[in-house]
Design a protein around this ligand. Structure first.
Ligand code: SF4
Length: 421
Protein backbone atom coordinates (compact mmCIF):
# COMPACT_ATOMS: atom_id res chain seq x y z
CA UNK A 1 0.00 0.00 0.00
CA UNK A 2 1.37 3.41 -0.99
CA UNK A 3 2.00 5.81 1.85
CA UNK A 4 -0.40 8.75 1.45
CA UNK A 5 1.59 11.96 1.34
CA UNK A 6 0.82 15.63 0.71
CA UNK A 7 0.15 16.45 -2.93
CA UNK A 8 2.81 18.68 -4.50
CA UNK A 9 2.22 20.30 -7.85
CA UNK A 10 5.34 21.21 -9.85
CA UNK A 11 5.48 23.37 -12.97
CA UNK A 12 3.00 25.19 -15.16
CA UNK A 13 1.77 22.04 -16.86
CA UNK A 14 1.89 20.45 -13.47
CA UNK A 15 3.50 17.18 -12.60
CA UNK A 16 1.94 15.87 -9.39
CA UNK A 17 4.21 14.32 -6.79
CA UNK A 18 2.58 12.49 -3.89
CA UNK A 19 -1.04 12.33 -2.80
CA UNK A 20 -1.20 8.75 -4.10
CA UNK A 21 -0.39 9.73 -7.72
CA UNK A 22 1.88 7.52 -9.80
CA UNK A 23 5.64 7.53 -9.30
CA UNK A 24 7.36 10.38 -11.15
CA UNK A 25 10.64 9.63 -12.98
CA UNK A 26 13.34 12.28 -12.87
CA UNK A 27 16.98 12.80 -13.74
CA UNK A 28 19.71 15.43 -13.80
CA UNK A 29 21.88 17.01 -16.50
CA UNK A 30 25.64 16.47 -16.34
CA UNK A 31 26.43 19.30 -18.75
CA UNK A 32 27.81 22.65 -17.64
CA UNK A 33 24.89 25.02 -17.09
CA UNK A 34 26.58 27.82 -19.05
CA UNK A 35 26.66 25.45 -22.04
CA UNK A 36 23.08 26.32 -22.91
CA UNK A 37 23.04 24.46 -26.24
CA UNK A 38 24.53 21.28 -24.76
CA UNK A 39 22.17 21.35 -21.78
CA UNK A 40 19.15 21.90 -24.04
CA UNK A 41 20.16 18.96 -26.23
CA UNK A 42 20.48 16.75 -23.17
CA UNK A 43 17.09 17.90 -21.82
CA UNK A 44 15.41 17.05 -25.15
CA UNK A 45 16.99 13.56 -25.16
CA UNK A 46 15.88 13.02 -21.56
CA UNK A 47 12.30 14.01 -22.32
CA UNK A 48 12.25 11.72 -25.39
CA UNK A 49 13.41 8.86 -23.12
CA UNK A 50 10.59 9.57 -20.65
CA UNK A 51 11.99 11.97 -18.01
CA UNK A 52 9.15 13.79 -16.27
CA UNK A 53 11.30 16.26 -14.33
CA UNK A 54 14.87 17.52 -14.95
CA UNK A 55 17.37 18.91 -12.46
CA UNK A 56 20.16 21.25 -13.48
CA UNK A 57 22.97 22.46 -11.22
CA UNK A 58 23.21 26.17 -10.46
CA UNK A 59 26.65 26.65 -8.88
CA UNK A 60 26.26 30.41 -8.33
CA UNK A 61 24.31 33.58 -9.12
CA UNK A 62 26.04 33.84 -12.51
CA UNK A 63 24.17 30.69 -13.62
CA UNK A 64 20.66 31.95 -12.82
CA UNK A 65 20.29 33.59 -16.29
CA UNK A 66 21.59 30.37 -17.91
CA UNK A 67 18.97 28.13 -16.31
CA UNK A 68 16.31 30.71 -17.15
CA UNK A 69 17.39 30.70 -20.81
CA UNK A 70 17.27 26.88 -20.84
CA UNK A 71 13.79 26.78 -19.32
CA UNK A 72 12.50 29.53 -21.64
CA UNK A 73 13.88 27.77 -24.74
CA UNK A 74 12.27 24.48 -23.76
CA UNK A 75 8.94 26.24 -23.22
CA UNK A 76 9.26 27.94 -26.63
CA UNK A 77 9.67 24.45 -28.15
CA UNK A 78 6.54 23.25 -26.34
CA UNK A 79 8.48 21.19 -23.75
CA UNK A 80 6.90 21.88 -20.35
CA UNK A 81 8.94 19.42 -18.28
CA UNK A 82 9.47 20.97 -14.82
CA UNK A 83 12.99 22.30 -14.28
CA UNK A 84 14.60 21.90 -10.86
CA UNK A 85 17.59 24.00 -9.76
CA UNK A 86 20.21 22.11 -7.73
CA UNK A 87 21.86 24.32 -5.11
CA UNK A 88 24.84 23.81 -2.85
CA UNK A 89 26.68 26.40 -0.72
CA UNK A 90 24.67 29.46 -1.74
CA UNK A 91 21.41 30.39 -0.04
CA UNK A 92 21.34 33.57 -2.11
CA UNK A 93 21.42 31.59 -5.36
CA UNK A 94 18.51 29.45 -4.11
CA UNK A 95 16.45 32.55 -3.36
CA UNK A 96 17.19 34.19 -6.73
CA UNK A 97 16.67 31.06 -8.83
CA UNK A 98 13.35 30.27 -7.08
CA UNK A 99 11.86 33.05 -9.22
CA UNK A 100 12.75 31.37 -12.52
CA UNK A 101 12.43 27.59 -12.03
CA UNK A 102 9.68 25.16 -11.01
CA UNK A 103 11.42 23.64 -8.01
CA UNK A 104 14.57 24.32 -5.99
CA UNK A 105 16.61 21.55 -4.37
CA UNK A 106 18.64 22.64 -1.38
CA UNK A 107 21.00 20.61 0.80
CA UNK A 108 20.51 21.78 4.42
CA UNK A 109 24.01 20.51 5.23
CA UNK A 110 25.58 23.23 3.11
CA UNK A 111 22.82 25.84 2.73
CA UNK A 112 24.83 28.25 4.90
CA UNK A 113 27.85 27.73 7.14
CA UNK A 114 26.09 29.35 10.09
CA UNK A 115 23.13 27.26 11.22
CA UNK A 116 21.03 30.19 12.46
CA UNK A 117 21.59 32.15 9.26
CA UNK A 118 20.71 29.02 7.27
CA UNK A 119 17.33 28.87 9.04
CA UNK A 120 16.68 32.58 8.41
CA UNK A 121 17.57 32.32 4.73
CA UNK A 122 15.38 29.23 4.38
CA UNK A 123 12.39 31.20 5.68
CA UNK A 124 13.13 33.84 3.02
CA UNK A 125 13.29 31.09 0.39
CA UNK A 126 9.89 29.76 1.48
CA UNK A 127 8.32 33.21 0.99
CA UNK A 128 9.77 33.59 -2.52
CA UNK A 129 8.59 30.08 -3.41
CA UNK A 130 5.11 30.81 -2.07
CA UNK A 131 4.94 34.01 -4.14
CA UNK A 132 6.20 32.34 -7.34
CA UNK A 133 4.49 28.94 -7.03
CA UNK A 134 7.85 27.15 -6.79
CA UNK A 135 8.26 23.85 -4.96
CA UNK A 136 11.21 22.96 -2.69
CA UNK A 137 13.12 19.73 -2.25
CA UNK A 138 14.92 19.35 1.05
CA UNK A 139 17.70 17.06 -0.13
CA UNK A 140 19.69 15.53 2.72
CA UNK A 141 22.86 13.64 1.80
CA UNK A 142 24.43 11.17 4.22
CA UNK A 143 27.91 12.38 3.26
CA UNK A 144 27.22 16.07 3.91
CA UNK A 145 24.99 16.31 6.95
CA UNK A 146 26.74 19.35 8.37
CA UNK A 147 28.54 19.70 11.68
CA UNK A 148 25.48 20.83 13.60
CA UNK A 149 23.72 17.50 13.00
CA UNK A 150 26.70 15.14 13.22
CA UNK A 151 27.67 16.67 16.58
CA UNK A 152 24.19 15.80 17.86
CA UNK A 153 23.51 12.41 16.24
CA UNK A 154 26.74 11.17 14.63
CA UNK A 155 26.79 10.00 11.04
CA UNK A 156 23.75 7.73 11.27
CA UNK A 157 20.46 7.12 9.41
CA UNK A 158 18.73 8.72 12.40
CA UNK A 159 20.86 11.84 11.85
CA UNK A 160 19.59 12.07 8.25
CA UNK A 161 15.97 11.79 9.42
CA UNK A 162 16.49 14.31 12.24
CA UNK A 163 18.23 16.69 9.83
CA UNK A 164 15.24 16.55 7.49
CA UNK A 165 12.71 16.98 10.30
CA UNK A 166 14.15 20.31 11.36
CA UNK A 167 13.39 21.74 7.90
CA UNK A 168 10.09 19.88 7.62
CA UNK A 169 8.97 21.63 10.82
CA UNK A 170 9.97 25.04 9.44
CA UNK A 171 7.80 24.40 6.35
CA UNK A 172 4.85 23.24 8.47
CA UNK A 173 5.19 26.28 10.79
CA UNK A 174 5.15 28.55 7.73
CA UNK A 175 2.18 26.57 6.34
CA UNK A 176 4.16 25.93 3.14
CA UNK A 177 3.33 22.50 1.73
CA UNK A 178 4.94 22.42 -1.71
CA UNK A 179 7.76 20.33 -0.30
CA UNK A 180 9.45 17.06 -1.23
CA UNK A 181 12.10 15.34 0.92
CA UNK A 182 15.02 13.07 0.08
CA UNK A 183 17.59 11.32 2.29
CA UNK A 184 20.21 9.82 0.05
CA UNK A 185 23.16 7.63 0.86
CA UNK A 186 25.41 5.45 -1.27
CA UNK A 187 24.91 2.75 1.35
CA UNK A 188 21.60 0.99 0.63
CA UNK A 189 21.12 -0.08 4.26
CA UNK A 190 21.59 3.46 5.67
CA UNK A 191 19.40 4.94 2.96
CA UNK A 192 16.50 2.54 3.57
CA UNK A 193 16.79 2.93 7.33
CA UNK A 194 16.89 6.73 7.07
CA UNK A 195 13.68 6.89 4.99
CA UNK A 196 11.85 4.51 7.32
CA UNK A 197 12.79 6.63 10.34
CA UNK A 198 11.80 9.83 8.59
CA UNK A 199 8.39 8.41 7.63
CA UNK A 200 7.78 7.35 11.24
CA UNK A 201 8.73 10.84 12.48
CA UNK A 202 6.51 12.62 9.93
CA UNK A 203 3.62 10.28 10.77
CA UNK A 204 3.99 11.12 14.48
CA UNK A 205 3.93 14.85 13.75
CA UNK A 206 0.99 14.65 11.34
CA UNK A 207 2.36 16.03 8.04
CA UNK A 208 3.85 13.59 5.53
CA UNK A 209 5.58 15.28 2.65
CA UNK A 210 6.21 13.24 -0.50
CA UNK A 211 9.50 11.42 -0.80
CA UNK A 212 12.09 11.55 -3.55
CA UNK A 213 13.94 8.24 -3.38
CA UNK A 214 17.33 7.23 -4.77
CA UNK A 215 20.69 5.68 -3.96
CA UNK A 216 23.29 8.38 -4.39
CA UNK A 217 26.70 7.79 -6.00
CA UNK A 218 25.60 4.29 -7.05
CA UNK A 219 28.24 4.12 -9.82
CA UNK A 220 27.45 2.80 -13.29
CA UNK A 221 27.02 -0.35 -15.37
CA UNK A 222 25.36 -3.43 -13.91
CA UNK A 223 26.48 -2.61 -10.34
CA UNK A 224 24.97 0.88 -10.41
CA UNK A 225 21.67 -0.43 -11.79
CA UNK A 226 21.49 -3.30 -9.31
CA UNK A 227 22.42 -1.14 -6.31
CA UNK A 228 19.79 1.46 -7.27
CA UNK A 229 17.12 -1.20 -7.79
CA UNK A 230 17.87 -2.94 -4.48
CA UNK A 231 17.61 0.32 -2.48
CA UNK A 232 14.70 1.91 -4.33
CA UNK A 233 12.65 -1.30 -4.72
CA UNK A 234 12.92 -2.05 -0.98
CA UNK A 235 11.27 1.28 -0.17
CA UNK A 236 8.73 1.18 -3.01
CA UNK A 237 7.61 -2.28 -1.84
CA UNK A 238 6.91 -0.69 1.54
CA UNK A 239 4.86 2.06 -0.12
CA UNK A 240 7.59 4.70 0.40
CA UNK A 241 8.52 6.86 -2.61
CA UNK A 242 6.64 9.31 -4.81
CA UNK A 243 9.39 10.28 -7.24
CA UNK A 244 12.62 8.44 -8.06
CA UNK A 245 16.00 9.06 -9.56
CA UNK A 246 18.32 6.25 -10.56
CA UNK A 247 21.71 8.00 -10.55
CA UNK A 248 24.34 6.39 -12.77
CA UNK A 249 27.88 7.43 -13.65
CA UNK A 250 26.90 7.36 -17.35
CA UNK A 251 25.00 9.46 -19.84
CA UNK A 252 21.98 10.44 -17.67
CA UNK A 253 19.61 9.42 -20.49
CA UNK A 254 20.55 5.81 -19.59
CA UNK A 255 19.00 6.32 -16.14
CA UNK A 256 15.51 6.73 -17.51
CA UNK A 257 14.69 3.16 -18.66
CA UNK A 258 15.78 1.80 -15.26
CA UNK A 259 13.69 4.38 -13.39
CA UNK A 260 10.72 3.73 -15.70
CA UNK A 261 11.03 0.01 -15.05
CA UNK A 262 10.81 0.68 -11.28
CA UNK A 263 7.89 3.10 -11.68
CA UNK A 264 6.05 0.54 -13.83
CA UNK A 265 6.76 -2.34 -11.48
CA UNK A 266 5.52 -0.48 -8.40
CA UNK A 267 2.87 1.96 -9.63
CA UNK A 268 1.45 0.44 -12.76
CA UNK A 269 2.93 2.88 -15.31
CA UNK A 270 3.71 1.56 -18.82
CA UNK A 271 6.68 -0.85 -18.84
CA UNK A 272 9.57 0.44 -21.03
CA UNK A 273 11.13 -1.70 -23.74
CA UNK A 274 14.35 -3.14 -22.30
CA UNK A 275 16.91 -5.55 -23.72
CA UNK A 276 16.32 -9.12 -22.47
CA UNK A 277 19.54 -9.22 -20.38
CA UNK A 278 18.79 -5.92 -18.61
CA UNK A 279 15.22 -6.93 -17.89
CA UNK A 280 16.40 -10.19 -16.33
CA UNK A 281 18.94 -8.30 -14.21
CA UNK A 282 16.45 -5.68 -12.95
CA UNK A 283 13.84 -8.38 -12.23
CA UNK A 284 16.37 -10.35 -10.18
CA UNK A 285 17.50 -7.23 -8.25
CA UNK A 286 13.90 -6.28 -7.40
CA UNK A 287 12.87 -9.85 -6.55
CA UNK A 288 15.74 -10.74 -4.21
CA UNK A 289 17.15 -7.37 -3.08
CA UNK A 290 14.23 -6.28 -0.85
CA UNK A 291 14.02 -9.74 0.78
CA UNK A 292 17.74 -9.58 1.62
CA UNK A 293 17.41 -6.03 2.91
CA UNK A 294 14.57 -7.06 5.22
CA UNK A 295 16.51 -10.18 6.30
CA UNK A 296 13.68 -12.43 5.12
CA UNK A 297 16.35 -14.51 3.35
CA UNK A 298 20.11 -14.85 3.87
CA UNK A 299 21.09 -15.92 0.37
CA UNK A 300 19.73 -16.07 -3.17
CA UNK A 301 18.68 -19.47 -4.57
CA UNK A 302 21.48 -21.32 -6.34
CA UNK A 303 19.57 -21.48 -9.64
CA UNK A 304 20.00 -17.69 -10.09
CA UNK A 305 22.98 -16.70 -12.29
CA UNK A 306 26.06 -16.65 -9.95
CA UNK A 307 27.17 -13.23 -11.24
CA UNK A 308 23.79 -11.70 -10.42
CA UNK A 309 23.78 -13.41 -7.03
CA UNK A 310 27.17 -11.83 -6.19
CA UNK A 311 26.11 -8.39 -7.40
CA UNK A 312 22.76 -8.42 -5.56
CA UNK A 313 24.30 -9.78 -2.34
CA UNK A 314 26.87 -6.96 -2.45
CA UNK A 315 24.28 -4.28 -3.29
CA UNK A 316 22.27 -5.39 -0.22
CA UNK A 317 25.54 -5.34 1.78
CA UNK A 318 25.15 -8.99 2.79
CA UNK A 319 28.35 -10.36 1.14
CA UNK A 320 31.23 -8.51 -0.53
CA UNK A 321 33.01 -10.10 -3.47
CA UNK A 322 34.81 -7.05 -4.88
CA UNK A 323 35.65 -3.48 -3.78
CA UNK A 324 32.69 -1.26 -3.04
CA UNK A 325 32.72 1.61 -5.53
CA UNK A 326 30.99 4.90 -4.92
CA UNK A 327 30.85 7.26 -7.89
CA UNK A 328 28.84 10.42 -8.30
CA UNK A 329 26.79 10.73 -11.49
CA UNK A 330 28.50 14.00 -12.46
CA UNK A 331 26.73 17.30 -13.03
CA UNK A 332 27.48 20.81 -14.21
CA UNK A 333 30.26 21.05 -11.63
CA UNK A 334 32.21 18.03 -12.89
CA UNK A 335 35.87 18.87 -13.44
CA UNK A 336 37.19 15.95 -15.53
CA UNK A 337 36.13 12.97 -17.61
CA UNK A 338 34.40 11.25 -14.72
CA UNK A 339 33.19 8.19 -16.62
CA UNK A 340 36.72 7.48 -17.89
CA UNK A 341 38.19 7.99 -14.40
CA UNK A 342 35.60 5.60 -12.92
CA UNK A 343 36.40 2.92 -15.51
CA UNK A 344 40.17 3.28 -15.01
CA UNK A 345 39.96 3.19 -11.22
CA UNK A 346 37.75 0.08 -11.35
CA UNK A 347 40.09 -1.71 -13.76
CA UNK A 348 43.16 -1.03 -11.65
CA UNK A 349 41.69 -1.73 -8.22
CA UNK A 350 39.40 -4.71 -8.83
CA UNK A 351 41.95 -7.01 -7.13
CA UNK A 352 41.37 -5.44 -3.69
CA UNK A 353 38.54 -6.68 -1.50
CA UNK A 354 37.08 -5.17 1.69
CA UNK A 355 37.67 -1.62 0.59
CA UNK A 356 35.46 1.34 -0.38
CA UNK A 357 36.70 3.60 -3.18
CA UNK A 358 34.93 6.82 -4.18
CA UNK A 359 35.35 8.47 -7.59
CA UNK A 360 33.95 11.98 -7.48
CA UNK A 361 33.49 14.63 -10.13
CA UNK A 362 34.46 17.82 -8.33
CA UNK A 363 36.67 19.09 -5.55
CA UNK A 364 33.95 21.50 -4.32
CA UNK A 365 31.38 18.91 -3.32
CA UNK A 366 33.06 15.54 -3.88
CA UNK A 367 35.17 15.29 -0.69
CA UNK A 368 32.17 16.24 1.47
CA UNK A 369 29.96 13.62 -0.18
CA UNK A 370 32.32 10.65 0.01
CA UNK A 371 30.96 9.64 3.44
CA UNK A 372 32.67 6.51 4.69
CA UNK A 373 34.93 5.76 1.69
CA UNK A 374 38.41 4.41 2.50
CA UNK A 375 39.87 6.13 -0.55
CA UNK A 376 38.69 9.06 -2.63
CA UNK A 377 39.65 9.99 -6.19
CA UNK A 378 38.50 13.51 -6.96
CA UNK A 379 38.72 15.69 -10.09
CA UNK A 380 40.39 19.05 -9.41
CA UNK A 381 40.11 20.51 -12.91
CA UNK A 382 43.04 21.42 -15.17
CA UNK A 383 43.84 17.72 -15.80
CA UNK A 384 44.64 17.08 -12.12
CA UNK A 385 43.31 14.71 -9.47
CA UNK A 386 43.39 14.72 -5.66
CA UNK A 387 43.62 11.42 -3.78
CA UNK A 388 42.08 11.14 -0.32
CA UNK A 389 42.51 8.58 2.42
CA UNK A 390 39.51 8.55 4.79
CA UNK A 391 38.53 12.10 3.81
CA UNK A 392 42.06 13.47 4.26
CA UNK A 393 43.88 14.57 1.10
CA UNK A 394 47.13 12.61 0.79
CA UNK A 395 48.14 13.57 -2.76
CA UNK A 396 47.15 16.71 -4.61
CA UNK A 397 47.57 17.91 -8.21
CA UNK A 398 48.37 14.45 -9.62
CA UNK A 399 48.20 14.44 -13.46
CA UNK A 400 45.15 12.46 -14.58
CA UNK A 401 47.15 9.90 -16.58
CA UNK A 402 49.29 8.99 -13.54
CA UNK A 403 46.57 9.13 -10.90
CA UNK A 404 45.10 5.58 -11.12
CA UNK A 405 48.57 4.03 -10.63
CA UNK A 406 49.37 6.41 -7.79
CA UNK A 407 46.14 5.36 -6.08
CA UNK A 408 47.00 1.67 -6.48
CA UNK A 409 50.51 2.27 -5.06
CA UNK A 410 49.04 4.05 -2.03
CA UNK A 411 46.54 1.25 -1.39
CA UNK A 412 49.27 -1.41 -1.66
CA UNK A 413 51.56 0.50 0.71
CA UNK A 414 48.75 0.94 3.22
CA UNK A 415 47.78 -2.73 3.10
CA UNK A 416 51.40 -3.76 3.52
CA UNK A 417 51.64 -1.58 6.64
CA UNK A 418 48.54 -3.30 7.97
CA UNK A 419 49.89 -6.77 7.10
CA UNK A 420 47.20 -7.33 4.41
CA UNK A 421 47.62 -8.58 0.84
S1 SF4 B 1 30.35 15.45 -6.46
FE1 SF4 B 1 29.71 14.93 -8.58
S2 SF4 B 1 27.46 15.16 -8.64
FE2 SF4 B 1 28.21 16.14 -6.74
S3 SF4 B 1 28.44 18.31 -7.32
FE3 SF4 B 1 30.46 17.34 -7.66
S4 SF4 B 1 30.44 16.65 -9.80
FE4 SF4 B 1 28.31 17.13 -9.26
Amino acid sequence: MRLITEKVSVGSSPVIIGGGSRIVVQTMCNTHTDDIGGTLAQCRAMVRAGAEMIRITVPGLQDVPHIKAIRDSLRAEGIYVPIVADIHFSAQTAIEVARVVDKVRINPGNFHKDHNIARERFRELIEVCRECGTAIRIGINHGSLGEYITNLYGNTPQAMAEAAMEWVRMCVEADFRQVVISLKSSNTVSMVQGYRELVAMMQREGTIFPLHVGVTEAGGGDSGRIKSCVGIATLLEEGIGDTIRVSLTEDPVNEIPVARYLAARYSGAAMPQLPERELRMLDAACTWGPKLMRHEIDDIPAEVDPYLRDEIMQAARRRFYKPEYIACPGCGRTMYDLQKAYREVMEKTSCFKDIVIAVMGCIVNGPGEMADADWGYVGEGGGKVSIYKKNVPVLRHVPEDEAPDRLVALIREDRKEQGMQ
